[in-house]
Design a binder for this molecule. Structure first.
Ligand code: M6P
Ligand code: ZN
Length: 186
């Protein structure tokens, strides 16, 4: 059954949602194969194993008909120049999603298997992800990048699709800015 109406507060400064659902933390040791320089990733994981990103969620469940929300914080940093990012996924049930930028500087990399799109994100900006596009978020700044996601509860998360097909591009530090480079396998 659907859940009852909810009033939810979220903090762009702390990356929290209240009331809160499950909290996910992905450290360098959780993202094997994500960065092009896998040896450098492993060294970081074997070292102080920094947090790459966290995902706070509201209590709205991932169930058909519901609209779950989550607040992702990508910590600043890079692995051999490649900026911190989320794993990225495709929705097995092709449905759209919106991202609302809350703090910091980032972007959404999207890939449909042929075409690549990049949407720059900043506070107050909505990035729209159409059905059929895998999506990954990247922090291209030097402070935490935070965004709120709203997505259909039956969309699902297919990580294998991204492992198999890649994301079209990789995002590297380039002086004070960034550059999109052709995708290379890890
Ligand atoms: C956003 C949403 C979530 C997703 C999270 C982290 O908050 O798209 O559904 O889980 O980012 O991204 P990923 O699952 O690809 O690691
Ligand atoms: Zn999604």
């Amino acid at each position: 059954p659907p859940i009852d109406p909810l009033r939810i507060s979220f903090s762009a400064a702390h990356g929290t949602m209240t009331p809160e659902g499950p909290l996910l933390t992905r450290r360098m040791s959780d993202v094997a194969g994500l960065f092009a320089d896998e040896d450098a990733r492993r060294r970081a994981a074997d070292g102080d194993d920094p947090v790459v990103y966290t995902v706070a969620a509201s209590p709205v469940p991932e169930a058909a008909g519901e609209l779950p929300q989550s607040l992702t914080t990508i910590l600043p940093g890079a692995v051999s120049g490649e900026f911190h990012m989320t794993k990225g996924h495709m929705h097995p049930d092709p449905q759209g999603e919106i991202y609302l930028g809350l703090s910091g500087r980032g972007g959404v990399l999207m890939y449909d298997g042929t075409r690549t799109e990049w949407i720059e994100m900043e506070p107050g900006m909505i990035g729209y992800i159409p059905p059929g596009w895998a999506h990954r978020s990247v922090n291209v700044g030097d402070e935490p990048y935070r965004f709120l996601a709203v997505y259909p509860g039956s969309a699902g998360h297919d990580y294998g699709w991204v492992v198999e097909h890649g994301m079209g591009r990789r995002v590297y530090r380039d002086g004070a800015s960034y550059t999109l480079a052709p995708f290379s396998a890890a």
